[in-house]
Design a protein around this ligand. Structure first.
Ligand code: OSB
Ligand code: MG
Length: 380
């Protein structure tokens, strides 16, 4: 098959509840939606879920737009391919920019699955018809506000809660949640905010006593040794997120025992093919994985749902219902969780109808390969 047209939509939605991590606070999300159309008019959708600012990873909405229009679109347009991996190989020489690549990878996989007449989950080798999901809660103004959030999410049926932590918002917050909800499946995520020093070790030793399922990304992205040393000193599994942007990073983690759980983010790994490889390698090593989120709109959320149906996703995924984040999502029906579980669609591709009219109408900016005679400045 051949891609005949690429459209990119820079799209923004307000968050129902603003979200604060160790690095910053945000009240809206801006992602770039990718639409690929083949010569027969079949369509695939993907989502570039890069944060707007370079605080989680180096990419931003602007760098993703630049890389997509200048380097990825020219490699995708007109290329012949049958398997998504073939299309992805076309951009292999572009280094980094995993989020930008993941948006195109998702669209290629959706298109591929639709053409095969199978669900994206089935195309990936998924084995579950529904997946366990959990919620991620940001840093709140005070502990009462946090307890209120936890209580609301438990009432909504979620059984797993992940708390964002940062120096100064850690042991007391976790102790309060644990005291109020003794049996909730609880885990914490530091987004790399802790220095590798004795004060931090004391925090993690204290957190080790709360029966957490995991402590996610305590130290900075590249510091595998700090994570390995911490894992020797505490019982709670260390989970890596930001550190793992390639299969080689995962091999490093496994070799060093720098973490015993892997957060697979499709975007962070550069797309679905790499995410699936990471899943398989972790499964062979006996390391469980779960699917992290980037506050995706419905397209990215459906992609996360599909990969979460693979067998080694053994902890709840951050694929909570659309209603936790957005009033009106861009897919129909929106993703819904019941009793903390989300059904994996069995209809072709993503399994949701994408509201193209609304996206085209409300986008902040649009790129359409059909309306540019020659891609300005495009580089092969
Ligand atoms: O580390 O998981 C993270 C959001 C932005 C940046 C980093 C992270 C997150 C989340 C989002 O936790 C969770 C979700 O999408 O439900
Ligand atoms: Mg994380």
């Amino acid at each position: 098959m051949r891609i005949e047209r690429v459209r990119l939509f820079d799209f923004r939605l307000p968050l129902l509840h603003s979200f604060e991590t160790s690095s910053h606070r945000k009240s809206g999300i801006e992602h770039v939606l990718v639409e690929l159309t083949d010569a027969d008019g079949a369509i695939g959708w993907g989502e570039i879920a890069s944060p707007s600012d370079p605080f989680y990873c180096a990419e931003t909405t602007e760098t993703a737009w630049y890389i997509a229009t200048r380097y990825l679109v020219p490699r995708v347009l007109g290329a012949g391919w049958e398997l998504p991996e073939t299309l992805e190989a076309g951009w292999a020489k572009v280094r980094g920019h995993e989020f930008a690549k993941a948006g195109f990878s998702g669209a290629a996989w959706d298109l591929h699955a639709r053409r095969q007449g199978v669900s994206l989950a089935a195309a990936l080798g998924g084995t579950r018809s529904d997946v366990a999901t959990g919620v991620s809660l940001g840093i709140e103004a005070n502990i009462d506000a946090l307890l209120e959030q936890v209580s609301a999410q438990l009432q909504a049926g979620y059984g797993r809660v992940k708390l964002k932590i940062a120096p100064g918002w850690d042991v007391a917050a976790v102790a309060a949640v644990r005291a109020a909800f003794p049996t909730v499946e609880l885990h914490v995520d530091a987004n790399g905010a802790y220095p590798n020093d004795t004060d931090s070790l004391a925090v993690f030793r204290a957190l080790d006593g709360f029966g957490l399922t995991m402590i996610e990304q305590p130290f900075e992205q590249r510091d595998f040794l700090a994570h390995a040393e911490l894992q020797q000193r505490i019982e709670t599994p260390v989970c890596l997120d930001e550190s793992i942007v390639s299969v080689a990073d995962l091999e490093t983690m496994l070799r060093l025992d720098a973490g015993r759980v892997l957060n697979i983010k499709v975007s962070r790994m550069g797309g679905l093919s790499q995410a699936r490889r990471a899943h398989d390698i972790a499964a062979n090593a006996g390391v469980p994985v779960w699917c992290g989120g980037m506050h995706e709109f419905g397209v990215g959320r459906a992609i996360n749902l599909a990969i979460s149906s693979l067998p080694n996703f053994l902890f709840p995924s951050d694929v909570s219902g659309s209603d936790k984040y957005y009033e009106h999502d861009i897919i129909d029906p929106p993703i819904r969780a019941r009793g903390g579980r989300v059904t994996v669609p069995s209809t072709p591709g993503l399994g949701f109808v994408v509201d193209t009219d609304r996206i085209a109408h409300e986008a902040i900016r649009v790129f359409d390969s059909a309306s540019v005679a020659e891609l300005a400045g495009a580089e092969r």
